[in-house]
Every structure is written in C-alpha cells, then in structure tokens.
Design a binder for this molecule. Structure first.
Ligand code: ZN
Length: 337
C-alpha cells in the first residue's frame, strides 16, 4: 500500500494544480448579446411589472395554458421567453443574425418544453444504459473483474441522462446543476474505468486508491461551481480534458489490441464521439428554432453507447474465456495486453 500511495498522492496534487490553473484562466462572464438589446429589456421590464400586478391581486394568470402549468413556468420566466421571441422576430425582419439570450440560443417552446430535441435525444441516451444494465447483469460472466464497475457505470449514466432530459426540458438552477454535475461524474467515471481496464487493475484496494483522487476532485469541482462561481468555460475545458483522456487511452489500447474480433466496436464508438464532439465546439443557431449543434451531439451518442456496451459484453466474455481456458491448461494466467 505504501509504495502505491506516493504515485497517487502525486496524481492528486497534479489534479489540484490542473484545477487551479483552469480556475485562474477563466473568462469571468458568459456574454449574451440578446438580453442586452434595448427592445428586449423594455419588453421584459413591462412584462415583469404585469407579473408583479398579477401577484399582488392574486388574479388567475391569463398567460398560463395547461402545458405551461404542467411544466411549471412562472410569470417572469414566461416574460423572458415572450420578449426573446419578439426580439428574435424583429431581428429576423431586419435580416440580422440570431444571437443568444442568457447564454442560450432562442428555441421555440413545444408543450412547455424548452429544447424539445435535446430533451428527446437525452431520453434516447438513457435507453441503452437502461437496457444494458439488465443485459450486463444477466450475461456478463460473474467472474469478470469489472462486472460491478460497469454495473455502477450504467447507473451513473442513467442518472446523468435523466437530468440531461430534465434540464433541456426545463432550465432551472436545480436541473442545470444536476445536468452539469451528472455529466462530469459520468465522464470521470468513464476515464476511471478505462484506466482500470487498460491497466487491468483487478485488486479492489487499488480501485479505491485510484478512485480517491477522482472523487476528491469531483467534490471540489461541484463545490466550486455551486458555491463560488458557476463558470461554464472552466466546466467545458475540464470536460474536454477528461473526455480526451478517456478517448485517447481507450482508443489507443483498442487499436493496439485490434486483432481481437470485437475491438472495432470500441474504435467506431469512440470515433463517433470524437466526430460529433465537434458539434459542441462549432456551435450554430437552432434550425427551425428547434435543432441546434448540442441536439445533434445528443442524437449521435446513443449509437456510441450501444456499440460500447456491445464491446463491453464481448470483452467480458473474451477475458473470462481466456482466463478459464488458461486455468484449464494448468498455466498461470497472465494477461497479454
Ligand atoms: Zn445536453
């Protein structure tokens, strides 16, 4: 344990240093042009005062249709939406480009849902993890050393996609925090799992030692974002670093072991993630006010999830078969990776 502790302490210090650098390099504000337009501000002020009047008289809100009631829209949130739509229509008439409002593109609300397609695609991302949670528990050999870890990952992914669907349906402080923190948790978990698989760490005490810096960093990350400053730029940079580390380590390992007949699944899955991740970087305004780059990104990842789960099952079967056949031959098992 003692000889293991030093590299992990070093790894932890390194992660803290990375966090500090990222925090210090942050841009301090997420600029949104739309909400600074005089036309938008005037409309919003007028509408908000109507809300105040409505609240003081306790009158039944005229604006609240059943779908807005069901999805919990407040009068002030509805003002921002209405004024944003007015501003968008005016800019369209004047042939000026679409801009963001409060850090987001102006989407058309459908049945009270803010970003219909991102929300639907998040549900589509939930499905493979839900299905494979059961398939994996049933089919993956009980002797496979990573069985409990990938089971836990399926739960983490389901949690993440549930909140992603909720956040894209209704943007509130709670759903935003849960979506962002859930995504970070799943990404960090994926990196952790890829390291465990690539290095073939079978000893559970080593899982804990490797996991501690991950957990500590994750806690620090969430506390910083929630209590000090919810900084989108830092969060994005950190997510990219973790995702690149995961993709690089797992894909390189899959490529080295490409002779195994199922490795292509992981290589294709990671290539899909890499290609569609560009949609996250090269943002564009929503087509038909409904589908933006982020929605396209969410549309692609279920395919990668199915491929990854299929790879995991093959890998579990292959590794377990490998192990039992070497034991049958009476040889001391060793991994050839
Ligand atoms: Zn999303």
């Amino acid at each position: 344990m003692g000889s293991m502790a030093r590299p992990f302490t070093r790894a932890f210090l390194l992660t803290v240093a990375v966090q500090l650098i990222l925090v210090l390099n942050q841009n301090l504000a997420l600029a949104s042009e739309g909400d600074t337009h005089p036309q938008f501000i005037q409309c919003n002020v007028r509408c908000q005062s109507d809300c105040a009047l409505e609240e003081s008289t306790g009158a039944e809100p005229q604006w609240r249709t059943w779908d807005l009631w069901l999805t919990g829209w407040t009068c002030r949130e509805n003002c921002r939406y209405k004024c944003m739509q007015e501003d968008v229509a005016l800019r369209e008439l004047e042939k000026r480009p679409t801009v963001k409002y409060y850090g987001k593109w102006p989407f058309r609300r459908v049945l009270g849902l803010q970003e219909l397609f991102s929300s639907l695609f998040s549900v589509a991302n939930f499905v493979p993890h839900f299905q494979y949670f059961f398939i994996w528990r049933k089919v993956a050999p009980a002797t496979y050393f990573m069985k409990p870890l990938w089971t836990a990952y399926a739960c983490s992914a389901m949690w993440t996609w549930f909140w992603s669907a909720a956040f894209h349906a209704r943007d509130t402080v709670l759903t935003e925090r849960m979506d962002y923190f859930g995504a970070t948790m799943s990404l960090m978990f994926m990196l952790f799992l890829s390291i465990v698989r690539v290095a073939r760490i079978t000893d559970r005490r080593r899982w804990v030692m490797l996991g501690i810096p991950f957990v500590l960093y994750f806690i620090g990350h969430c506390l910083y974002l929630h209590f000090i400053h919810f900084h989108y730029g830092y969060n994005m940079t950190f997510s990219i670093i973790i995702a690149v580390a995961y993709l690089a380590s797992f894909t390189a390992w899959a490529f080295v072991n490409r002779k195994r007949p199922y490795m292509w699944k992981l290589i294709i899955a990671n290539t899909i993630i890499l290609i569609f991740a560009f949609f996250e970087v090269f943002d564009f305004p929503p087509v038909w006010s409904l589908i933006d780059a982020h929605a396209v990104w969410h549309a692609a990842t279920p395919i990668a999830a199915y491929l990854t789960w299929s790879f995991l099952l093959d890998d579990a079967t292959y590794s377990s078969y490998d192990l039992s056949s070497t034991i049958r031959r009476g040889n001391k098992y060793y991994d050839q990776e």
